[in-house]
Design a protein around this ligand. Structure first.
Ligand code: NAD
Ligand code: LMR
Length: 328
């Protein structure tokens, strides 16, 4: 017997990430090839955006996806999030060349207050929320704080793009397959301060750190390359990453919903105090997922350099959080 459709809300549905994301959700890449979905798509009321959304919907229809059980277009989060089981909050302004993501807080922060409140009012009580819009960690924090009737653990921020970027750089450096990399972690903020940490990583059971054996490469090449990859893409494309961001969003939600079979992935989640991070800070942690729940990988040794990196990214998040006090 076929499964009951689940409701998936996507904001910014007519934007560039939306265009790379919706077709993959509708084809079953996010929630499984046996899971029908109803797409609840939100765009700003502006006529141009709503028209663009209509065009995207026509294309979705023309794909005749067997798993696509319904498509709705919305201009109000209160209707877009009604009973939604999954919410991918993408809609917001991307940065342009020369900007830092934190500069978007003033522009984008308020979006997440309104959307957090709407999720609080009308979404499924088990809704799984992923914030993609930048600065993703602090926007997710704002949404979480604006939804006091939903469990805080339902709100997450996207660090998966950093995780995937780190894995790809390691695969290139070691000449090994990206699929064979285990136990990679990215700590902290989705910003150049994030700390991609391969000290525990293995490939075929062998230590990646020992394989690379080059701390200068780690500090002077790997960390800046991963940390500044978003800016490098903006400089090259004139637009921020879209297909890789959509891919990371699919990975994040799929792993959260369907499990990781013990494999570590990175998610931005509200801290419960783990590794000395103050409670509620939306922090990138290594996690495993099973039965629709994520679990932080605990007990990892944090050496002096890692402590320094984690403090830097935490301090930045504390600063961002302080800057949005008026919104929460
Ligand atoms: P885009 O400008 O192409 O599309 C954004 C869309 O959101 C637009 O269609 C716009 O009309 C819509 N929108 C704006 N405000 C909205 C609101 N309040 N409700 C609903 N829709 C709204 O931008 P994009 O390239 O798709 O990027 C979207 C966001 O994702 C940006 O903030 C970008 O920085 C961020 N991003 C995050 C990551 C990550 O790893 N976390 C990666 C890439 C991009
Ligand atoms: C990215 O990392 O590619 C996105 O967050 C977009 C950006 O502004 O860097």
């Amino acid at each position: 017997m076929s499964k009951k459709p689940v409701r998936v809300a996507v904001t910014g549905a007519a934007g560039q990430i939306g265009y790379a994301l919706l077709f993959r959700i509708a084809s079953g890449e996010m929630l499984g090839k046996d899971q029908p979905v109803i797409l609840q798509l939100l765009e700003i009321p502006d006529e141009k955006a709503q028209n663009a959304l209509k065009g995207v919907i026509m294309e979705l229809e023309d794909c005749a996806f067997p798993l696509l059980a319904g498509i709705e277009a919305h201009s109000d989060p209160m209707t877009a999030f009604k009973d939604t089981d999954y919410a991918l909050l993408v809609g917001s302004r991307p940065r342009g060349p020369g900007m830092e993501r934190s500069e978007l807080l003033a522009i984008n922060g308020a979006i997440f207050t309104a959307q957090g409140k709407a999720l609080n009012a009308v979404a499924s009580r088990n809704v799984k929320v992923l914030v993609v819009g930048n600065p993703a960690n602090t926007n997710a924090y704002i949404a979480m704080k604006s939804a006091p009737d939903l469990p805080a653990k339902n709100f997450t921020a996207m660090l998966r793009l950093d995780h995937n970027r780190a894995a790809s750089q390691i695969a290139a450096k070691t000449g090994k397959a990206v699929a064979d990399i285990e136990k990679l972690a990215v700590w902290g903020n989705h910003s150049p301060t994030m700390y991609a940490d391969y000290r525990f990583a293995t490939i075929g059971g062998q230590s990646v750190k020992a394989m690379i054996n080059d701390e200068t490469w780690n500090r002077e090449t790997f960390l800046p390359t991963v940390g500044k990859r978003g800016a490098a893409i903006i400089a090259a494309r004139g637009l921020s990453s879209a297909a890789s961001a959509a891919n990371a969003a699919i990975d994040h939600m799929r792993d959260w919903a369907l499990g990781t079979n013990g494999k570590w992935v990175t998610m931005g989640i509200p801290s419960g105090g783990e590794y000395g991070i103050p409670k509620e800070i939306m922090f990138g942690y290594p996690v495993t997922c099973a039965n629709g729940e994520y679990k932080i990988v605990e007990g990892l040794e944090i050496d002096a350099f890692s402590q320094e990196c984690i403090k830097k990214t935490l301090d930045e998040l504390l600063g961002e959080q302080d800057g949005v006090k008026h919104l929460v």
